[in-house]
Structures are given as structure tokens and as C-alpha cells.
Ligand binder design. Structure first.
Ligand code: FMN
Ligand code: SF4
Length: 433
């Protein structure tokens, strides 16, 4: 399959304005500009493009929610990419900047936005610097800025660097951070697309980098051609990020609906170490439940729906692969630490819950846990579900409950005294049985 997203793999320098133009760059924007904004929204709606930031929500539907009569509207590009094991947006941003800028400008035209903001995670300062230069070239060509292509519509494009918080990838926390407020989620509704819910409380479309990178191809080739890739419910190409115990880690652009076997064996070469089989998979970084990676599921097509049937989520398709011999309790402990660190503290179930999940995991992993601790762990994680203000509170329960469900015996080995890990003094907890 040709690379629709990672065009840098076949055309070096495609991220620069000059090379992008040589290869048909900005033709999609010009075509969109010759259509009415509603026609552009309809085309994206017909393509059934689903958001690549994690939730898989219909992009065309999201755009259609923006009230037409609002005086100010914004597009915010989510380039925070902080999920463990996720590095797809980074390749798009680093090597395909113009495609992302063009996709965002098509979204801006479709909703008649007054400005586009791209919010980068703090570590992407070099990428942000390059973006500023590439945006300036597009502005020079009258594709961004005042009276674009000689028409009435004007739209600026700004870059913004975050300060390195996972929670600022959550769209409403991102909007607060952009406004100079504390990066904490807002109570929803109102949702970002609604008056009162978006950037500066104006209607706003928030889209992931990879989502927007799909848009130019859809406009040039049409919704039918896009839907011909992948499956009816999960159409289009998707970048899968492979890390962990896999022979060839990296980004793979493949159609949704490709099987696990084709990706993990044919393309990525199987488990990392010879003689070992696969054991488990985190399909969505740390934020989705862990599932056993078995021979039975190898011929299953990978789609948004099939991952739910397997008891997890596709999310951002950040596959953290674990082979035989992986200590699943240790993996769950590392994720409990991560979520405790990243909880923003705004709501009690998540602030207190992530603290206690981490305390309990620390006690268990250091060999001081009891069977009663396992019950409390399961109970505390279950109690957090459905009670937190944003999805981080849910994500935090996934590694615990998923691991307990599939690998309970490994937890029992820790509480029965068969296993224990030496932790640094700073990581140990007081034991009061
Ligand atoms: C804790 C948390 C972290 C998130 N991090 C990101 C992220 O780094 N990048 C991203 O695109 N979406 C992230 N999301 C999802 C966004 O809130 C939002 O759904 C997404 O940017 C919408 O874009 P899409 O419709 O194009 O997928 C995160 C959500 C949560 C709850
Ligand atoms: S669920 Fe966690 S991260 Fe989300 S608002 Fe509550 S405390 Fe903050």
C-alpha cells in the first residue's frame, strides 16, 4: 500500500513547503476552497474518518457540530502525544509538517475558523520551531493569514508549547493550558465544539495530528476511495506504534482491518527474543486494559470494534508487546506509578484512587502484600470507575483490573512470598496490617 500518512518514507524532504508543492501539496486545500464549507464537511463525514487521538469519534460529525453563526471559532491540533508507547504523531510532525498544516487548514476552512492553534508537548520544541518556519512559508503563499487565496476568509496559525503533562493531551485541559490557565480538565458539557466549551469559550474543533494528516488525501481522492481502505466501520490507514518485546519496533502504516499476524509476525518479525512466544499486549499504551496475546487471536482483523470484543480498546494503536517471561505485576506497578504521577488532582476519586493503587502495588511488589491487599486493590480500582471527571481516572484502573483478571496467579505469587522486588527506600511504603 502507498503511504498516505508517512509520505516521508518514500519522499524525503516532503515536510518542506517546496518539496510538498512538487508532490501535489496544497492541491487538496485549493480543491476544498473551491467547494462550500458544508461540502467539505460532508466529504469528510462520508469518508467515515474516525479520530486517531484515542476515542475514534467521527471527524466529520465533530466538524458539523460547530455552530455556523458563531463569530469566533477555532481549530486546535492536539500534538501533545504523551501516551506511553505512542510516537506516531512525532514522525508525522517531524517529517510531514506541511501535510499536517494543510489538513488543519482544511478543517479550519470547513468550520470557517478564525485561527488554528497547534499544541505541542513541551519536549517537541525543535519540531515547534520547524513548524513556525513551515507555517511562515504557507503564509507567504497566501494559504494562511489575511484574505486567503484572495477571498474573504482570514485565518491565522499559531504554535504553542506545553510544559510536559500527560493530562494536557485531554482536550479541555489542553484548552485551559492554551489559555494560560492550570492544565486541568473542564466539567463537560459544554463540550469544546459548543459555545462556552472551547478555546476562549468559543466553539472549537480539537483534532489529533494523525486525524488531520488523513484529510488532504480524502479531499483529493474522495470519500469512496478512502472507505475502500480498511473496513466499513474502521476505514482508512492507521499508524500502529510497536514497542516492547518485538523484533522490529517502530511505526507501521497499514490499513485498519489488517490482522495481528500480518502486523506482528509478517511485518514486525515476531517476538524480540528467539525461542520465546508472545504473552500479553497493551494495545493502547498504558490507557487500555492489557490482554493476553494468543495464537487464537492472530487472524483477527485489528479494528476499533474487534479490540473492544477482545476486552480492550484500539485507542491510539500504541502496541506495547510483552513476550513470555514478562513479570505482569511489575508492568502493572510501573503503570500505577505513571498514573499516580500524572493525575492532575482536580477530582477526588482519581487523586486519592491513583495514590492508593500505587501504595498497594508498591506493598505487593516489595513482598509485603497480603491476599486482603489484592481484594482492596480490586475494590479500589472498581470504585474509581465511572466516578472521575475525565478519562484519566478510568485509564488508571485498566492496568490493575486487566492484570488482575488475566494474571491473578502472578499477584498471588507475590503475596505468597514466592516473589519480591527490592525497591529503593524512596519507593517503599509503611505496612500496617
Ligand atoms: C488523559 C488523556 C490524554 C490524552 N492525550 C491525547 C494526546 O496526547 N493526543 C491526542 O490527540 N489525544 C489525546 N487525548 C484525547 C483528546 O482528549 C481528544 O479526544 C482528541 O485530541 C480528539 O481528536 P480526534 O477526534 O482527532 O481523535 C487524551 C485524552 C485523555 C483523557
Ligand atoms: S480524573 Fe484525574 S486527571 Fe482527570 S480531572 Fe480528575 S484528577 Fe484530574
Amino acid at each position: 500500500m502507498e503511504n498516505i500518512l508517512l509520505r516521508n518514507r518514500t519522499i524525503p524532504e516532503i515536510g518542506t513547503f517546496e518539496t510538498y508543492l512538487e508532490h501535489g501539496g496544497w492541491e487538496a486545500f485549493k480543491k476544498a476552497f473551491s467547494m462550500s464549507p458544508d461540502e467539505v464537511i460532508q466529504e469528510v463525514l462520508n469518508s467515515n474518518l474516525r479520530g486517531r487521538g484515542g476515542a475514534g469519534f467521527s471527524t466529520g460529525r465533530k466538524w458539523s457540530f460547530i455552530p455556523k453563526d458563531a463569530e469566533r471559532k477555532y481549530v486546535v491540533v492536539n500534538a501533545d502525544e504523551s501516551e506511553p508507547g505512542t510516537f506516531k504523531d512525532r514522525e508525522l510532525l517531524e517529517f510531514n509538517a506541511q501535510q499536517v498544516i494543510e489538513g488543519a487548514m482544511i478543517a479550519a476552512y470547513a468550520i470557517q475558523a478564525t485561527a488554528v492553534y497547534i499544541y505541542f508537548r513541551g519536549e517537541f520544541w525543535d519540531i515547534a520551531h520547524n513548524f513556525e518556519q513551515e507555517i511562515a512559508k504557507a503564509r507567504e503563499a497566501n494559504l494562511i493569514g489575511q484574505n486567503i487565496l484572495g477571498g474573504d476568509w482570514s485565518c491565522e496559525f499559531y504554535t504553542h508549547l506545553g510544559a510536559g503533562a500527560y493530562i494536557c493531551g485531554e482536550e479541555s485541559a489542553m484548552l485551559n493550558s492554551l489559555q494560560g490557565l492550570l492544565g486541568q480538565p473542564r466539567v463537560k458539557p459544554p463540550f469544546p465544539v459548543m459555545k462556552g466549551g472551547g478555546l476562549y469559550y468559543e466553539p472549537t474543533v480539537v483534532n489529533n495530528v494523525e486525524t488531520l494528516a488523513n484529510v488532504p488525501w480524502i479531499i483529493v481522492n474522495g470519500a469512496d476511495a478512502y472507505r475502500a481502505i480498511g473496513t466499513p466501520e474502521s476505514p482508512g490507514p492507521k499508524i500502529f506504534c510497536l514497542s516492547g518485546h518485538i523484533a522490529k519496533a517502530g511505526n507501521y502504516e497499514i490499513p485498519l482491518g489488517t490482522t495481528f499476524r500480518e502486523l506482528l509476525y509478517d511485518l514486525a518479525g515476531g517476538p524480540q527474543h528467539e525461542g520465546k512466544g508472545f504473552k500479553a499486549l497493551l494495545p493502547s499504551g498504558a490507557s487500555g486494559p492489557v490482554i493476553p496475546l494468543t495464537e487464537d487471536m492472530m487472524d483477527t482483523p485489528m479494528t476499533y470494534e474487534s479490540l473492544v470484543e477482545l476486552g480492550s480498546v484500539l485507542g491510539s494503536a500504541s502496541f506495547i508487546v510483552m513476550e513470555e517471561g514478562t513479570d505482569m505485576v511489575w508492568a502493572a506497578y510501573k503503570m500505577a506509578q505513571f498514573f499516580k504521577h500524572e493525575s492532575c488532582g482536580k477530582c477526588t476519586p482519581c487523586r486519592e484512587g491513583t495514590y492508593w493503587l500505587n501504595q498497594l502495588m508498591t506493598r505487593i511488589i516489595s513482598g509485603q502484600g497480603t491476599m486482603r491487599d489484592l481484594e482492596i486493590l480490586e475494590n479500589a480500582a472498581t470504585q474509581m470507575q465511572g466516578k472521575s471527571l475525565c478519562a484519566l481516572g478510568e485509564f488508571a484502573t485498566s492496568p490493575i483490573l486487566g492484570t488482575l483478571k488475566h494474571y491473578r496467579a502472578e499477584f498471588e505469587a507475590y503475596v505468597n512470598g514466592e516473589k519480591q522486588k527490592e525497591l529503593p527506600a524512596s519507593k517503599t511504603v509503611a505496612v500496617a496490617h
